[in-house]
Ligand binder design. Structure first.
Ligand code: NAD
Ligand code: UGA
Length: 459
């Protein structure tokens, strides 16, 4: 069969895999190939055991794989063949040299650009899918045109807004698709070509276009605003705990103002995930680079409050459990950074586990999807940690349960049975406010929610 467009994606991760699976699924007339330098990851994409857990992903991969969706390690062949190349490689925070701990590490990006230049024999549209510092497209253009090999490259920015756990729904029914381009004839032509891809299933009024720098910057700003809301509500949760106000009631009252809206106002143990922290730090770094110290300080505050919130979990546990956690068994309910994913990158549970081990507590970790990642994250930690899939078995004999992830399954457990299996006094720290606190209190637990008065049986 002759395919209408040949699309390549470099980087088969949380973004590249699902995004391309959705394009292939919605556009059977296009041939979509996803390549990666990691052969294990590609083998997993070609197997029944996909490398990431995302509700609905398996169905769409199985529907298209081998027909118009291919996973491969042949980067050279993929580049030669494609007309549109999405680049979705990782852009983590730099861990070395200048900008360490703040700036984006662009080494994978840089290598990819050079590979594209090396192997391309015909004109290509290059689509920035990774999240990047504003002005990266300029660097990309400079690398691609450095050898003047007669091939024309047009660089577009098309940031991804999917959230893990709801990724497939977000891709199928996005709030918006953003495409940034140069405002030249060839830039606008390339932009139209990408609009055409999304128009196969996304309504035209939700496909928005802009200049390329606005598009790059909008992605960083969207994540910064989302994270800012969580830090805002988490900062107020601390004040609620001092004043007997209830964070759920405050969030409800505030969120009913239609100008503010009611989403993203759940107080928690802090935000995690691979992107919020790294993207804000990147924004802060950019602001400092341009001499905007006040702006940088403002956004740095969002990360600072998040670190404070994680530490508050430990302080609250210490305060509640008579100022010592040494030798106490703490069961963590959940390790993923949010529900419906096995991803643990920057999960608050990682930091909290390390702190609990410093306090010489013993940890029992349970999670329906993230135990393998949890084991890797805590691999080098010197302390007593066990990993147990069944929450009843995990909490058996523990002094406290601390809810780290808002898995639906935790709401409906038999807490009477759990209570019987724990030494007394038995504690629950609900870091997500998902449990029925009054009922648990009536069973006999001492309950410490986030941003609400505790319910304890102590006189
Ligand atoms: P990831 O680490 O899961 O995947 C990146 C993949 O790129 C890896 O499999 C890696 O092996 C591969 N890779 C690196 N260099 C390569 C090269 N030279 N050639 C071929 N493959 C190469 O990362 P991710 O979570 O998919 O994120 C990718 C980008 O998308 C980041 O910039 C991130 O900020 C952004 N983003 C992520 C999410 C998310 O939910 N995870 C959402 C929106 C945007
Ligand atoms: C986030 C954004 O929501 C996506 O739009 C963006 O594409 C993505 O980052 C990215 O660039 O990687 P994600 O990190 O997958 O998506 O998940 P979110 O739903 O945003 O949750 C992030 C963290 O905030 C989680 O730890 C979650 O538990 C926490 N959170 C979220 C709260 O603590 N309270 C809330 O009210 C909402």
């Amino acid at each position: 069969m002759e395919f209408g467009k040949k699309i390549l994606c470099i980087g088969a991760g949380y973004v590249g895999g699902p995004t391309m699976a959705m394009i292939a699924y919605k556009c059977p007339q296009y041939r979509v190939t996803v390549v990666d330098i990691n052969p294990t990851r590609i083998a997993q994409w070609n197997s029944d055991d996909l490398p990431i857990y995302e509700p609905g992903l398996e169905e769409i991969v199985k529907a298209s794989r081998g027909k118009n969706l291919f996973f491969s390690t042949d980067i050279e062949g993929g580049i030669k063949e494609a007309e549109i190349i999405f680049v979705s490689v990782n852009t983590p925070t730099k861990t070395f040299g200048s900008g360490m701990g703040m700036a984006s590490d662009l080494q994978y990006w840089d290598k990819t650009a050079k590979q594209i230049r090396q192997f391309a024999e015909s004109d290509k549209i290059i689509v920035e899918k990774s999240t990047l510092p504003v002005k990266t497209a300029l660097a990309m253009e400079r690398i691609l045109t450095a050898t003047n090999n007669g091939v024309h490259f047009e660089v577009l920015s098309n940031p991804e807004f999917l959230a893990e756990g709801t990724g497939i729904k977000d891709l199928e029914d996005p709030d918006r698709v953003l495409i940034g381009s140069r405002e030249t004839t060839s830039g606008l032509k390339a932009r139209n070509s990408l609009v055409e891809v999304y128009a196969n299933w996304v309504p035209q009024d939700r496909i928005i276009t802009s200049n390329i720098w606005s598009s790059e910057l909008s992605k960083l700003v969207a994540n910064a605003f989302l994270a800012q809301r969580i830090s805002s509500i988490n900062s107020i949760s601390a004040l609620c705990e001092k004043t007997d106000a209830d964070i759920t009631e405050v969030a409800r009252a505030v969120g009913m103002d239609s100008r503010l809206g009611n989403k993203f106002l759940n107080a928690s143990v802090g935000f995690g995930g691979s992107c919020f922290k790294k993207d804000i730090l990147n924004l802060v770094y950019l602001c400092r680079h341009y001499g905007l110290e006040e702006v940088a300080d403002y956004w740095q505050g969002v990360v600072t409050i998040n670190e404070y919130q994680k530490e508050r979990v430990i302080t609250n546990m210490l305060g509640a459990m008579f100022n010592t956690l040494a030798g106490k068994r703490i069961c963590l309910f959940g390790f993923a950074f949010k529900a419906n994913t096995g991803d643990t990158r920057e999960s608050p549970a990682v930091t909290i586990s390390k702190r609990l081990i410093e306090e010489k507590a013993e940890l029992v970790i349970t999670d329906p999807k993230a135990l393998d990642n949890a084991k890797m994250d805590l691999n080098n930690i010197d302390g007593k940690i066990s990993y147990v899939e069944d929450p009843y078995e995990a909490s058996d004999g523990c002094d406290a349960i601390a809810v780290m992830t808002e898995w639906e399954a935790y709401k409906n457990l038999d807490f009477e049975m759990i209570y019987r299996s724990m030494p007394k006094p038995a504690f629950i720290f609900d870091g997500r406010n998902i449990l029925d606190h009054k009922r648990l209190f009536d069973i006999g637990f001492n309950i410490f929610p986030i941003g609400k008065p505790p319910l304890t049986h102590f006189k």
